[in-house]
Design a protein around this ligand. Structure first.
Ligand SMILES: NC(=O)c1ccc[n+]([C@@H]2O[C@H](COP(=O)([O-])OP(=O)(O)OC[C@H]3O[C@@H](n4cnc5c(N)ncnc54)[C@H](O)[C@@H]3O)[C@@H](O)[C@H]2O)c1
Length: 287
């Protein structure tokens, strides 16, 4: 096995990247976040500081732990600064060409034994790996939103992967306090492959069986033991995010259940995106 991972790069500090950077910084590794503009890096730092501060208020970490995590987190717009990283986790836009271009570049920046990971939800990790000259060191590390809260990380293995980088990615996720699970590079990996068509079925039942979102959620909570109802879950995920992931899975697998239901497409087009816009299946007070 390669040496223990001491320095991690996170490229893209949006919803997922900022959360992943927080997880890494809290794990005690030096973390370098890369954004396209300085102010986006700064905004991510503020968000991370805010969440860590809330963690201190709630007693989940100490003030000293928060300070140490923030002290170990740096942002930059220069990808060359990732040269000394043992692991780079990519969390930029979900676009195959953009990711392939980035991985080609990262492959030439980091040391030969560094691990390159993508947080893609629906793209082929194999296609991303093929853009590099060392596809054996490219893995999927699929975190769930919000990354600091949800424990699961799917560690995705391509046919081209070498054992050592793959196991290093797994071991790092475990060390960062996550619950890694191994899987092969297939559309939707594990959770989305199951959850997306399932949530689509739930939404279709609303219209087919004339059920209100409130009652559908009660049905699944009280009849199937779900901790949260499907409509509340789609609101939490974001209607636009779900529709996008669903369309990608439908394109990859061609099964009708994977296609986003019309009702969700209309909601997405109308800006009813769930919690983040204050309106989805339900309404929320603070956007
Ligand atoms: N949002 C989710 O629930 C979720 C869950 C799991 C995985 N993902 C995946 O994570 C990735 C990121 O998703 P997100 O929701 O965080 O997106 P986002 O739009 O919130 O963030 C993307 C960030 O990447 C930055 N960026 C774009 N190109 C860049 C580049 N070349 N270099 C540096 N930064 C760059 C953008 O400025 C933006 O801040 C996607 O691949 C997505 O499929 C998303």
């Amino acid at each position: 096995m390669g040496a223990e991972i001491a320095r991690v790069g996170v490229v893209g500090l949006g919803t997922m990247g900022a959360g992943i950077a927080q997880v890494c910084a809290q794990a005690g590794v030096e973390t370098i976040g890369v954004e396209v503009r300085e102010e986006l890096g700064e905004r991510a730092r503020e968000r991370i500081a805010h969440y860590l501060g809330r963690g201190v208020e709630k007693g989940r970490l100490t003030g000293a732990e928060r300070d140490a995590a923030l002290a170990g987190f740096h942002t930059t717009t220069d990808r060359g600064d990732l040269a000394g990283c043992d692991l780079v986790i990519e969390a930029i836009v979900e676009d195959l060409d953009a990711k392939r271009e980035l991985f080609r570049e990262l492959d030439g920046i980091v040391a030969p034994d560094a691990v390159l990971a993508t947080n893609t939800s629906a793209l082929s990790v194999t296609e991303i790996a093929r853009a590099t000259e060392h596809p054996g060191r490219v893995v999927g590390m699929h975190f769930f939103n919000p990354a600091p809260v949800l424990p699961l990380v799917e560690i995705v293995r391509t046919e081209l992967a070498a054992d050592e980088p793959y196991e290093r990615a797994y071991a790092f996720a475990e060390r960062a306090g996550k619950e890694p699970v191994r899987c092969r590079d297939t559309p939707g990996f594990i959770v989305n492959r199951i959850l997306i068509p399932l949530l689509n079925d739930c939404v279709r039942v609303l219209d087919e069986a004339g059920v209100t979102p409130e009652d559908l959620d009660r049905a699944m909570r009280f009849g199937a033991g779900w901790p949260i109802g499907p409509c509340a879950l789609v609101d939490l995920i974001g209607v636009d995010i779900h529709v996008h992931a669903s369309a990608a899975l439908h394109e990859a697998l061609g099964e009708p259940r994977m296609a986003p239901p019309d009702r969700l497409v209309r909601m997405a087009e109308g800006g009813e995106l769930g919690r983040k816009t204050g309106r989805g299946f339900f309404t929320y007070e603070s956007g």
